[in-house]
Write a protein that binds this ligand. Structure first.
Ligand SMILES: [Zn+2]
Length: 246
């Protein structure tokens, strides 16, 4: 069966294909993650070719055949290219990390409109400089974990289910998540979560204002989340965009 689909999409990556074409990975509203070929997309005369760059938000037309792994992108119009975001190195770094997470950890053709909306929203917020891009990235990361089915609870201990309180030292287990102080004391090989770090994770998760922003704290948060994902997803090697921008 073949059909013509008009939908919105964010470009996750682009590769050269043959002498004149490109293959793009897109996160679409209607079909989740898909790959598509843009024939003649590398020609300077191609309108579509000029706008299919990573992070760009497009309206696209796809000629789709279920039997094909790579679909054909027949037309595209630019909705936003998030110009402020790309001009600022720090914003670009966190935005590319978001794009990378969506590209590497979503399943092809798995439709998730909540994730699509969340992706557009976070890119707009970074572009509009509403908050520090690291904080916005952290909020997206926790939302994304929930969408993947690995929600991190900031409410209950991941082992015994008791209510978590920041007044005592908490722990982090790469398998289960955050531990209460009692479970932290009775488990070995667990990372420490300081009251300050727990407060940050809690604010990110519950959309509360992050009062004081400390780079080291955010780095520790990202490290823990990467370890948590590595534990659950075979083949996940951490976020490469952070290494590129270092
Ligand atoms: Zn516990």
């Amino acid at each position: 069966m073949s059909e013509i689909i008009k939908t919105e999409a964010v470009v996750l990556s682009k590769l050269n294909y043959g002498d004149t074409s490109s293959i793009v990975t897109l996160y679409t509203e209607s079909d989740g993650k898909i790959s598509a070929i843009v024939k003649g997309g590398r020609s300077s005369k191609s309108k579509t070719g000029r706008i299919i760059d990573p992070i760009n938000y497009l309206q696209i037309i796809i000629y789709k055949k279920n039997t094909r792994d790579v679909q054909i992108l027949t037309d595209a119009n630019l909705i936003s290219h998030f110009v402020n975001l790309k001009e600022d190195l720090n914003s670009a770094k966190y935005s590319f990390a978001i794009i990378e997470l969506v590209k590497n950890l979503t399943v092809e053709h798995e439709v998730n409109q909540k994730l699509f909306k969340g992706l557009i929203k976070i890119l707009n917020l970074i572009n509009d400089k509403k908050e520090n891009p690291a904080v916005l990235f952290g909020r997206f990361f926790l939302f994304f974990l929930s969408e993947l089915g690995y929600e991190l609870s900031t409410d209950k201990c991941s082992v015994c289910g008791n209510k978590l309180t920041a007044r005592k030292t908490l722990g982090f287990d790469f398998n289960t998540g955050i531990l209460c102080s009692d479970c932290f004391e009775s488990h070995s090989g667990v990372e420490v979560i300081s009251a300050e770090l727990f407060d940050l994770i809690f604010c990110l998760k519950t959309n509360r204002l992050v009062e004081e922003f400390k780079v080291e704290l955010m780095d520790k948060f990202v490290f823990l989340m990467e370890q948590y994902l590595k534990f659950h997803i075979t083949g996940f090697k951490g976020i490469q965009s952070f290494r590129i921008y270092k």
